[in-house]
Design a protein around this ligand. Structure first.
Ligand SMILES: [Cu+2]
Length: 352
């Protein structure tokens, strides 16, 4: 009797232990998959997330990015003249891969950057100039800079990976052809290096220049913040909805020129619709005669061009992806056109 009691007890204890072990193993698996952590956002609110992110509280390298500053900021490089009379333009680009950006309130994402921003600086030169890029890789992974355009094989940024933690490489080539070109990292897996933000714009101006205009750069980009190879956010210049909340100030009767580059991965196409107006469009910017007069262009990955237009009437005008999903997830902005006082004075002057 005692024997059978004790065996029942032993059985009960082992069942208890088995259940307990199963519970802890199971709970452990669950917690490994969806462990939530609290974070303090830039706007001061506390959020909880299970996303794969760097901890913004303990990462000092937060990416500060001002889309309004980026819009009209061109890096013409340090200019000097080579013995043969050619203009030399030198640029410094540093890659890093440890920064964190709050893409949307409470959504943090590990961005990989050229000169601390996504996109990197807009490099600008004139056709025939010698372009020299002093590249340093301060990231933890290998990175390169692959420029679109014409240059020797060893300057293509594909077969010469630049090691992290201070690796260096100097890219040097003749600027050309005329147009607007992307540059981006070309280390495999390419998708990973591009979607994290290692890209920027390279403008080659024609020697004779272009008509004077209010010039802007718009990089159409997207962010896959939950790593399912689908973008969760879209934007013109990185911050979703930015130019909707901060309209771009322009003047009526003034030529507006936009260098637009599509860097959205995962989605095969993107597009650009302008409201209450049409624009002249120069695909890749390689010609000085526009190919289309339209209010809609469709762009696949790294497809780009130059848009030119002016507004006749003052007011607010939307521009956005006509792929509505993209505009609803951030790729939308507003031009706020003001009466052009200078133009008005001129008109009055002519009238007299
Ligand atoms: Cu890279």
């Amino acid at each position: 009797m005692t024997k059978s009691r004790s065996s029942v007890m032993i059985m009960a204890i082992s069942v208890f232990f088995t259940i307990s072990i199963a519970y802890f193993v199971f709970a452990g698996e669950i917690s490994a998959q969806s462990e939530e952590k609290s974070f303090l956002t830039h706007s001061g609110s506390v959020i909880r997330t299970s996303g794969e992110i760097l901890d913004p509280l303990y990462t000092s390298a937060t990416m500060e990015f001002d889309p309004m500053d980026y819009l009209r900021n061109f890096d013409y490089g340090k200019i000097s003249t080579l013995p043969d009379g050619t203009t030399l333009r030198e640029y410094t680009i540093v890659a890093e891969d440890d920064k964190v950006m709050e893409i949307s309130p409470g959504v943090f994402y590990n961005v990989w950057t050229y000169n601390g921003s996504v996109p990197g600086p807009t490099i600008r030169a004139t056709e025939g100039d010698t372009v020299r890029i002093n590249f340093t890789n301060n990231g933890s992974k290998e990175h390169t800079i692959h420029f679109h355009g014409i240059h020797p094989s060893e300057m293509d940024g594909v077969f010469e990976p630049v090691g992290g933690n201070g690796g260096k490489f100097t890219y040097e080539f003749e600027a050309g052809p005329v147009g607007v070109h992307p540059y981006h990292c070309h280390i495999m897996p390419l998708e990973e290096h591009i979607v994290h933000g290692l890209y920027g714009v390279f403008i080659v101006d024609p020697k004779e220049g272009r008509a004077s205009a209010d010039e802007m750069v718009m990089v159409l980009n997207g962010f896959d913040t939950d790593f399912d190879t689908e973008n969760n956010f879209y934007a013109a210049n990185t911050i979703p909805f930015y130019y909707q909340h901060h309209p771009i100030q322009i003047n009526t009767d003034e030529l507006i020129r936009i260098y637009v580059v599509n860097m959205v991965e995962f989605d095969p196409i993107n597009n650009f619709h302008l409201h209450a107006n049409l624009y002249e469009y120069y695909p890749t910017g390689t010609d000085t005669i526009p190919s289309f007069y339209t209010d809609m262009i469709t762009l696949s990955q790294t497809e780009r061009g130059i848009m030119e237009f002016s507004y006749q009437y003052p007011g607010n005008y939307l521009f956005h992806a006509h792929k509505v999903e993209f505009s609803e997830k951030g790729w939308v902005g507003i031009f706020q056109a003001h009466e052009n006082e200078e133009q008005k004075i001129e008109e009055v002057g002519y009238g007299r």
